[in-house]
Design a protein around this ligand. Structure first.
Ligand code: G6P
Length: 535
């Protein structure tokens, strides 16, 4: 099979009907007719898929599904606490959710109030990775003019990025609640963001703790800091919830509820999708079908990139969210049996039809290393639409462009999945997230990897730590020599770090570009001959 050149429209319609997966409880359909798998493929995969179902069932019952970290994997319990393997876990989930509702209610009513203003009206969320991407997606997808609080994010250690956000908050800082979110409680970017926020409050004569809430693991560094400094509250994160699947814990639920969003709707959408994706009949299970299509597209080795194209502005951040969920879960060096496999699937995308005017040219004609997932949203907007032409609205065009692009790609043998959802409501978003969480879990089983750890992330963090260590040594050396300038090579040698001369050079260039440490740069005859000193 090689696209519409080979299959007639009539045959495609038959294929569409044959394979369409309908999820009645959430109103989704998943169409895999434009994936060129052979007729026997689903049968062929039934053995490995049954094993994936069994592994998922064990995971949901509380098995150690993350063996490297010796942890359970409990994000499905967050929307079905009665399924958790211990009563204590179920209780913790319910109590935390009740607390989230209570806290938001108290805050909206002004019974929990800021130090000097009458009410909290703004929300600054500080976190990174799984502690930011979910909350950002939810805030952007579901937010609107009737929100109870305006939401901002620090999701990096970029000083200018933080200045930009604080400038937007502006005079409303006294009415701003800051949530600091970190499962481990030790992530440096988040720690830095917290310290920068703290300084901003102090600069206005405000006590940070009276405006701050932590969401973190018990006894973490952040938890201790929050307690010591009298923060308003700390909400828990549990070790059986991974960062990238934490959006339905307090991590996502607290900011969303504070914003005034329907978190119960989100949880119910996820719960219903979980039920749909527990079915063992593959044609009724959209998560199993997704995982199988990923396997088909990339031959179980991730050779094809996953392009996520929602035709809806509100779902713009979906691809960013899925980038972490898919790539951090599936991008692994070793299989569960220790064999080197270098697995993963690359994810990118923004939104249609916008991207049709950017990279879709390459998708149709260029290097053939991807498959597309179109996300179609049936509901155009609240209320009626303007006719932009006779019998056509802007929303009709959106569908026209989606179907047109899908056809143009398929004509060239480029495959796509089409996921159709009714709207962008809290329920739909919960179901969408749940669908991908489970698809990732199934796919990980199909390729025999641990989806729930991230050993590769540590290497970068450690290396960053040693850069900062070199900088500390360098500055103390420069201060000790009282203004004697040196080149990067001379300074590295003097510090006994000849091998690290490139790092020394990069650090010096950065220090000299910023006023804080008082490092001065004098031009040399070559770029590498510049001399550096501290006054
Ligand atoms: O929530 P935190 O502990 O601060 O972690 C934030 C993020 O950073 C880590 O490096 C992990 O790779 C992510 O999975 C995690 O979501």
């Amino acid at each position: 099979m090689a696209g519409e050149g080979v299959m007639s429209q009539r045959e495609l319609w038959e294929r569409y009907k044959k394979y369409l997966c309908i999820c009645p409880t959430v109103g989704f359909t998943l169409d895999i007719s434009r994936m060129n798998f052979a007729d026997g493929f689903l049968d062929q995969m039934s053995g490995p898929l049954q094993a994936a179902f069994a592994a998922m069932e064990a995971l949901e019952k509380g098995a150690i599904a993350n063996p490297d970290e010796n942890r359970r994997v409990g994000h499905y319990w967050l929307r079905a606490p009665e399924m958790s393997p211990e009563a204590g876990i179920g209780r913790a989930i319910r109590d935390t959710l009740a607390d989230v509702h209570w806290f938001a209610e108290e805050l909206h009513e002004g019974r929990i109030a800021p130090q000097t203003a009458e009410r909290f009206t703004q929300l600054l969320v500080i976190g990174i990775g799984g502690s930011a991407l979910g909350p950002q997606l939810v805030a952007d997808a579901l937010g609107g003019p009737s929100d109870k609080m305006r939401v901002f994010f620090f999701d990096n250690t970029d000083p200018d990025g933080m200045d930009r956000v604080l400038a937007q908050v502006g005079d409303k800082l006294p009415e701003t609640l800051t949530l600091v979110v970190s499962k481990s409680g030790g992530t440096k970017e988040t720690r830095n963001g917290m310290l920068e926020a703290e300084r901003a409050y102090q600069a206005r004569g405000l006590t940070f703790g009276a405006h701050a809430v932590a969401i973190t693991g018990e006894h973490s560094e952040l938890d201790q800091y929050a307690k010591k400094n009298g923060w308003l509250r700390a909400f828990p994160m549990w070790d059986w919830v991974g960062g990238r699947t934490s959006v339905m814990s307090a991590v996502g639920m607290l900011p969303a509820r504070l914003q005034g969003l329907d978190i119960d709707g989100m949880l119910s959408g996820a719960r219903d999708m979980d039920r749909e994706t527990r079915q063992r009949d593959v044609l009724r299970n959209p998560a199993a079908l997704l995982a199988l299509m990923w396997y088909h597209a990339g031959k179980g080795r991730g050779t094809q990139d996953m392009v996520i194209l929602p035709y809806k502005d509100r779902l713009l951040l979906m691809s960013r969210y899925l980038q972490q969920l898919v790539m951090e879960s599936l991008g692994k060096e070793k299989a569960l049996d220790g064999k080197v496999v270098n697995q993963g699937i690359a994810v990118y995308g923004n939104k249609g039809s916008t991207d049709q005017h950017a990279y879709v040219q390459q998708l149709r004609e260029g290097v053939h290393n991807f498959f597309v997932t179109f996300i179609e949203v049936l509901k155009d907007r609240e209320g009626a639409s303007l006719p932009v032409e006779e019998n056509a609205t802007s929303g009709d065009y959106l569908l026209g462009f989606l179907l047109g692009t899908r056809r143009a790609l398929f004509e060239k043998g480029r495959e796509s999945i089409t996921l159709t959802v009714p709207d962008v409501s809290a329920r739909t978003l919960g179901a969408l997230i749940a669908l991908y969480e489970r698809a990732v879990g199934f796919y990980a089983s199909l390729v025999n990897i641990n989806a729930y750890h991230q050993p590769g992330v540590e290497a970068g963090k450690k290396a960053a730590g040693s850069v900062l260590e070199i900088q500390r040594k360098l500055l103390s050396h420069l201060r000790g020599t009282k203004g004697t300038p040196g080149t990067a090579e001379e300074l590295a040698a003097a510090m006994g770090a000849t091998d690290e001369v490139e790092t020394v050079f990069k650090v010096l260039e950065h220090l000299a570009a910023n006023p804080h440490h008082g490092v001065k740069r004098t031009e040399g005859t070559t770029p590498f001959g510049a001399r550096f000193s501290v006054k």
